[in-house]
Ligand binder design. Structure first.
Ligand code: FES
Ligand code: FE
Length: 376
């Protein structure tokens, strides 16, 4: 049966090779991850001047650092002399400068070329011209969002629009004051699956009844398989007996300041294209950042954020972390189960989406449109 003969309750997915073909992945890196705003680093991870973190965005390594004036800066992690990778560590701190390990060209935290051996013999070299290549950076929700495009798309009409479309307005997320929260726990998952499988999984709840027993206990409406998270402004309601968003439904922490009574005892899930998932519950916020590394590998960093005093006083966050950590493991196992099957002849034409998954079709159309020659 071809896609055009499918009953209208079923719509086709993308074909299997879009999850495995390195050439398609490269196109996605070029047209999606290197063009859009990419949520890269939590600002509070780099509290002091000289702290740095390197991340892979599309095909580029990017260096993010706290400069002396207190602002975050991002640069392509490439020495302008002969192209050596400047920092090979994932995180670290430099005292004053970044020095290339090859011929010792030295760059300030603002990216300017400040020294090079025998530079006096090259008085005509423009130190700004040969500084590190800057990357656009915008801070929102306490994270540095980076964009490699020469002309970044509007942050308001892409990142914030995805949040607005889901929640109805930006105040709804503003209430959680995400940038003021503290990091209670971070878990990094190395998922052997294509990034699109992870997004598709996050977008639907058809699987919830099958693989998320703990989550459906806390959010009984998820057991129906409806993607409740996709009705504008709707937050899934906690079950009657549930006291908090914890592994056993037991008490959580006090509601975050600013969260209003409509948002109490509710769970909101937001997908921000192309690589961020945000979960809002009354006493914490969970932010996933995906780093697509290869067609069949995605690193996911998941942060559990709590009121600062919860973190500062060392309160035990493990029961609330455990709930979504288990959900993550269940989800990623499902994605890893699908990944090898993507290259099977059984999936050459793709699979189908049932009605409660139809909105995933919009995501597929978007990916196809953006990676087509029309570009972003
Ligand atoms: Fe960096 Fe030569 S490549 S100093
Ligand atoms: Fe799930």
């Amino acid at each position: 049966m071809t896609a055009t003969e499918l009953p209208s309750s079923l719509i086709p997915t993308l074909p299997g090779n879009t999850y495995t073909d390195p050439a398609i992945f490269e196109l996605e890196q070029e047209k999606i991850f290197e063009q859009m705003w990419f949520c890269a680093v939590r600002g509070a991870d780099l509290p002091d001047a000289g702290n740095f973190r390197t991340v892979q965005i599309g095909r580029e390594s990017v260096l993010v650092t706290r400069s002396r004036d207190g602002s975050l800066r991002a640069f392509l992690n490439i020495c302008r002399h002969r192209g050596a990778r400047l920092c090979v560590e994932e995180t670290g701190t430099v005292k004053r400068n970044f020095q290339c390990p090859y011929h010792a060209w030295t760059y300030g935290l603002d990216g300017k070329l400040v020294a090079a051996p025998n530079l006096t013999s090259m008085p005509d070299i423009d130190r700004t011209e040969y500084g590190l290549k800057p990357v656009h950076l915008r801070e929102w929700l306490g994270y540095a969002w980076l964009c490699l495009a020469a002309e970044p798309p509007s942050f308001e009409q892409t990142v914030q629009q995805d949040v607005r479309e889901r929640l109805g307005n930006l105040d709804a997320i503003g209430n959680y004051q995400v940038s003021e929260l503290g990091l209670g726990r971070r878990i990094t998952y190395d998922v052997k699956a294509n990034w699109k499988l992870i997004i598709e999984n996050f977008m639907e709840c058809y699987h919830c009844a099958t693989i998320h027993p703990e989550l459906t206990e806390v959010l009984p409406e998820f057991a129906d398989g409806y993607a409740a998270q996709y009705y504008v402004g709707h937050g899934a309601v906690f079950g009657d007996e549930i006291k908090g968003f914890t592994i056993d439904g037991g008490e959580g922490f006090d509601r975050l300041d600013g969260v209003d009574s409509d948002q109490d005892r509710r769970y909101y899930a937001i997908t921000v294209r192309p690589q961020v998932f945000i979960n809002l519950v009354p006493d914490h916020v969970i932010i996933h950042r995906m780093f697509p590394m290869a067609a069949d590998r995605t690193i996911v960093e998941c942060d559990w954020l709590y009121a600062k005093d919860v973190v500062a006083t060392g309160k035990d966050v493990s029961r609330s972390v455990e709930l979504f950590h288990r959900v993550n493991e269940q989800d990623f196992e499902a994605c890893e189960r699908c990944q090898p099957a993507m290259s099977s002849r059984a999936y050459a034409q793709g699979g189908v989406l049932v009605p409660s998954e139809h909105h995933i079709g919009e995501f597929h159309r978007w990916v196809q449109e953006v990676t087509s020659t029309k570009g972003w």
